[in-house]
Ligand binder design. Structure first.
Ligand code: B12
Length: 219
């Protein structure tokens, strides 16, 4: 079995220590960091998400796969400078106030890192004030991502979007929203600039925006 396949299997099975060991071994054997990322870690975590979506897996397994991905990335990150690792700029991400769910938000953050963004992760239960403060502290963060899983936290998401749009100095930032409680229709209604259903789509769209410029419309 190739080492990439071994890494992929270890992530899907949820063994962080094995992932760490295998990623180190792959690098020692001269496997390109980009291949470890794109042909093992990313597809493995995508598979884990798909299994979960199809009810073939459960939350602990999904969390374990996400932890494995993080562990693998920690080993890989110092080596990524060796290839054309893109620097696509900064994004701010957080789960809105009242909501403690972070699995999806963490996956989005990982995917953003994978495509070349630096991620400022504010964590969970993030107030509007904290989002605005962070946006001002990071004037180069072109995208602000809000996650919400609870119907009851949708009001908090609406408030963050409204406050950003009302702030002259912040309204140019792209606001991307997502999470189980959010639909495209809701995203449009509250004035968000972008919505995607999955973490992979979020990173793909953000990369397009960063490389092609312009501001999307949440259609
Ligand atoms: C795991 C879980 C928990 C865990 C959270 C652990 C953690 N660290 O996150 C625990 C046990 C703590 C929990 C607590 C609660 N939970 Co809960 N939880 C879930 C569960 C089972 C899975 C959520 C999850 O992780 N999904 C997997 C991830 C990968 O999916 P995701 O988050 O949707 O993210 C994907 C996309 O949405 C998208 N995405 C996510 N964020 C973003 C952001 C952007 C910008 C973009 C573009 C995309 C994006 O990308 C991700 C991957 O592709 C769901 C049910 C379900 N099937 O969704 C209920 C669920 C979300 N919980 C629910 C409830 C009610 C609660 C509690 C209130 C229960 C209680 N009575 O205490 C508390 C609330 C605590 C709080 N204040 O937040 C309800 C919400 C109902 C509603 N509509 O409001 C759900 C839907 C269960 C249900 N059917 O009733 N929960």
């Amino acid at each position: 079995m190739s080492i990439l396949k071994e890494i992929r299997d270890a992530v899907e099975s949820g063994y962080p220590k094995t992932v760490e060991t295998l990623v180190r071994r792959a690098l020692e054997e001269g496997v390109a960091p980009k291949a470890v990322l794109e042909e093992a870690l990313v597809p493995a975590v995508q598979d884990a998400g798909d299994y979960y979506r199809r009810n073939e897996s459960d939350i602990p397994r999904l969390l374990a796969a996400a932890r494995c991905m993080r562990r693998g990335l920690d080993v890989l990150e110092p080596h990524l400078g060796g290839w054309q690792y893109q620097d696509l700029g900064k994004v701010i991400i957080g789960t809105v106030q009242g909501d403690l769910h972070d699995v999806g938000k963490n996956l989005v953050a990982v995917m953003f890192r994978c495509v070349g963004f630096q991620v400022i992760d504010l964590g969970v239960d993030v107030t509007a004030k904290q989002f605005l403060k962070s946006a001002r502290e990071h004037p180069d963060a072109s995208i602000i991502c809000l996650s919400s899983l609870l119907t009851t936290s949708k009001a908090a998401m609406r408030q963050v979007v409204r406050l950003i749009k009302e702030s002259k100095d912040l309204r140019q930032r792209v606001i991307m929203v997502g999470g189980g409680s959010v639909s495209r229709e809701f995203a449009r209604e509250i004035g968000a600039d972008a919505y995607t259903e999955t973490a992979v789509d979020a990173a793909t769209l953000a990369k397009e925006l960063a490389t092609q410029g312009g501001k999307p419309e949440c259609d």
